[in-house]
Design a protein around this ligand. Sequence first.
Ligand SMILES: Nc1nc2c(ncn2[C@@H]2O[C@H](COP(=O)(O)OP(=O)(O)OP(=O)(O)O)[C@@H](O)[C@H]2O)c(=O)[nH]1
Length: 183
Amino acid sequence: MSRKKAVKGKAATSSPSAGSPTGKGTGKAARSSPGIVQMNGVVHPSRPSISNSSEFYDIAFKVMLVGDSGVGKTCLLVRFKDGAFLAGSFISTVGIDFRNKVLNIDGVKVKLQIWDTAGQERFRSVTHAYYRDAHALLLLYDVTNKTSFDNIQAWLTEIHEYAQQDVVLMLLGNKARHYGKYL
Ligand SMILES: Nc1nc2c(ncn2[C@@H]2O[C@H](COP(=O)(O)OP(=O)(O)OP(=O)(O)O)[C@@H](O)[C@H]2O)c(=O)[nH]1
């Protein structure tokens, strides 16, 4: 189990496949579970489909949050998912955890399965396995912590090694604002 956040999501320490899209852009379609067709790694459920959060969706993507411990990955995810800020003492993520969010974009229901990884070195071997079928990676650093920025190069090396070549990568300088009012 993951340490923090008693919210939805599932911690995992070994298998990256649970609930996540698979496929490596071969162009082949494969039936993985009733009503879900995987094409180029993107999940296209035959309508109507239902996500873990009991919402219908048309298409699903797997997104991963990566970066040093303490850069604010979990807080960002909780903020995005639930609109709340996790104030108080910092409890490091253990292993990996995820949350689903369904967005309506131009009339298309897009389900994001967002994986929150532990930034601590000792969990790297666990999180490496999850890069493979990620469609997008959000690489965070803390603008108030130079070391977390200096470590970006090491994260890029890791991403290059474990993620798909065509993964969408975004670099985010986090903690730029005072969370009390603006975050
Ligand atoms: N000021 C400020 N503090 C933040 C912000 N985001 C997170 N924090 C604080 O930074 C600390 C770490 O946040 P987490 O989200 O747990 O960090 P993490 O990257 O998930 O850390 P690991 O789980 O160890 O990988 C917590 O004490 C948060 O309250 C932010 O945007 N602004």
